[in-house]
Design a protein around this ligand. Structure first.
Ligand code: NZQ
Ligand code: ZN
Length: 389
């Protein structure tokens, strides 16, 4: 196990009706006037936004609404939000939604305290150390941004989708997790979220670090729990207990606990971020095309960890590593398919993927050689994208 430092100061408030606590929690975190960020309207239609506003009013907290944030959020809304925050002396942000809404709130929170261009942080020119406080009311278990120190924004100029990873500056102060709020999710969004949280675990699991039994078992156990419960939320969207398990799994998957003491991989996310930046697909659905292809490639090039994954997560009994790894990739593919998720570029709606463009952008954004588990060069990246056809 490697040395590590782990600091995850988010307070989680879990269960039915917990959105009523928003005002109290905002107040406890020193907020007096907040930017209330949300997406394209699901929280308006469900009545959630009204309940959050009521809670803020009851706690004497003023707010300005900032809605219409789209999936795969872009830098233009961040610049706009920073201006609103500065013009109105806003001292905190409440994100009501999923990863796209939370990540935009985090970027605004960071940029508002910096005199230069907020993109400097995403471009790696500066380390993010301070931001306005952010609170979250989560509506979709998927990106894990409610517990992560990360924010993913796309720069429209050049379509650069970049994940900024901070130690603690961008971790939300609190995250309200009410599984009932996820009952209204369409099956496709539910399933894409499940794929994304599984990918967050696997990116940490596929690691060259030896003797990390604690995190290996955490990862394997979480994956098995998700696979066990997932069919229930697809079959019955109002199964509270199943929704609750999936919601907590999504947070555990990405708050860093599964990565302690080990080198992480992240190749599949890097590859998917290029697909969703260029073709605008749902992030989790992009990952269901990428991950089995990644595993199929690794079955030939570095099968030991994928074989362990196959045996412990999918009960594959095969003793030969390469064969077990291939069977694991197939089992994962079958599982994603059973949730109604896409398995090829064509099923994602991309008939003629421009693989050389995707690889060029990947190298431009992440470098000539990528990956923590196995070092991939241009030919390897191309081969994995080709396996997705
Ligand atoms: O916009 P509205 O109308 O709210 O609809 C949203 C949106 O269309 C809908 N939705 C959310 N909650 C709902 C609901 N519909 C009905 N009922 C509900 N309760 O779902 C759609 C997707 O929302 P979005 O916020 O985009 O989903 P997600 O949480 O998957 O976030 C995806 C973004 O997060 C990034 C992704 O790349 C992508 O940009 N990620 C962020 C990470 C992080 N900050 O740590 C890590 C991830 O790996 C990921 O890259
Ligand atoms: Zn993800």
């Amino acid at each position: 196990m490697n040395n590590f430092s782990y600091y995850a100061p988010t307070r989680y408030i879990f269960g039915k009706d917990t959105e009523k606590e928003t005002g109290r929690l905002a107040s406890e975190n020193g907020m007096k006037k907040v930017l209330l960020t949300y997406g394209g309207g699901s929280v308006v239609r469900s009545g959630l936004l009204d309940r959050v506003k009521e809670s803020l009013k009851n706690a004497g907290i003023e707010f300005i609404e900032f809605g219409g944030i789209k999936p795969n959020p872009t830098d233009d809304r961040v610049y706009e939000g920073i201006d609103v925050v500065r013009e109105n002396n806003i001292d905190g942000l409440i994100a009501v939604g999923g990863g796209s809404v939370i990540d935009t709130a985090k970027a605004i929170a960071l940029g508002a305290l910096y005199d230069g261009d907020f993109w400097d942080f995403y471009a790696g020119k500066l380390v993010a150390e301070r931001a306005l406080p952010v609170g979250v009311v989560l509506t979709i278990p998927a990106a894990g941004s409610e517990g992560s120190g990360n924010s993913v924004i796309t720069k429209l100029d050049g379509l650069h989708k970049i994940s900024l990873r901070t130690d603690s500056a961008l971790r939300p102060r609190f995250a309200i997790l009410n599984p009932v709020l996820t009952f209204t999710l369409p099956a496709f969004q539910t399933a894409s979220g499940i794929a994304d949280m599984m990918a967050h675990i696997m990116e940490r699991y596929f690691s060259p670090t030896e003797d990390v039994q604690v995190t290996d078992h955490l990862c394997q156990g979480l994956l098995r729990a998700i696979i066990d419960v997932a069919p229930r939320v697809i079959k019955n969207p109002e199964d509270y207990q199943a929704r609750a398990n999936i919601m907590w799994a999504g947070t555990m998957a990405h708050n860093g606990i599964c990565g302690c003491g080990r080198v992480e991989d992240w190749v599949s996310h890097f590859m998917e971020h290029e697909i969703s930046a260029v073709y605008g697909v749902t992030h989790g659905a992009g990952l269901t095309v990428v991950y089995p292809a990644f595993l199929m490639f690794m079955a030939t090039h570095s099968p030991s960890k994928p074989a362990q994954f196959a045996r412990t997560v999918f009960n594959i009994t095969e003793t030969d590593d390469a064969v077990a790894a291939r069977k694991g990739a197939e089992a994962l593919r079958k599982f994603f398919g059973s949730l109604g998720l896409p398995l090829t570029f064509a099923q994602l709606g991309i008939e003629n993927p421009d693989i050389s463009l995707l690889v060029d952008k990947l190298i431009e954004n992440k470098g000539e050689i990528i990956g923590g588990y196995y070092r991939l060069n241009r030919a390897d990246m191309t081969a994995i994208y080709e396996l997705m056809k």
